[in-house]
Design a binder for this molecule. Structure first.
Ligand code: GTP
Ligand code: MG
Length: 150
């Protein structure tokens, strides 16, 4: 089953939105397979956001993501990468639709409360960056039958 890397960013943790964000993915039907509260080092931040190195907002992005703890997670489910991106809403909260996480809880581009991998390839890279294999839990959920019909 497909997996994705999701994190509640430092603004989301400080604004007490971690539970709300987890709850949305739980209620949707996705399965949590990894979870931890952690402080990102500048080195890890550089690896995670390497694709943005050299862009004008890169310095601010690294300062922000290392400014406080994040809730790092791995979620599993059918089409979980693209569905979670849709549930998060557009990168710029000013353009994110109401009903999406960023549309409901954020106003400013830099502080958009949540991250989700943008493709299955990014998801694999990011999961390996943030979690060791032993930290991910394989288990069967009884609700799968009601979600997927098998
Ligand atoms: P992430 O989930 O954080 O990766 O966001 P994203 O995938 O929706 O957007 P992207 O990877 O393109 O950008 C990463 C982060 O950089 C965004 O979440 C924004 O906080 C920030 N960012 C992206 N573009 C801009 C920009 O043009 N200006 C500023 N200030 N920040 C930007
Ligand atoms: Mg991104």
């Amino acid at each position: 089953m497909e997996r994705t890397y999701v994190m509640v960013k430092p603004d989301g943790v400080q604004r007490n939105l971690a539970g709300e964000i987890i709850s949305r993915f739980e209620k949707k039907g996705f399965q949590l397979v990894g979870l931890k509260l952690m402080q990102i080092t500048p080195e890890l931040a550089g690896k995670h956001y390497g694709e943005h190195e050299g862009k004008p907002f890169y310095g601010e992005l690294i300062d922000f993501i290392t400014s406080g703890p994040v809730v790092a997670m791995v979620w599993q489910g059918q089409n979980v990468v693209s569905v979670i991106r849709n549930m998060m809403g557009k990168t710029n909260p000013a353009e994110a639709a109401p009903g999406t996480i960023r549309g409901d809880y954020a106003v400013f581009m830099g502080n958009n409360v949540v991250h989700g991998s943008d493709s299955p390839e990014s998801a694999e890279r990011e999961i390996n960056l943030f979690f060791s294999p032993e930290e991910l839990v394989d288990y069967k959920k009884a609700t799968d039958f009601w979600l997927y019909g098998k």
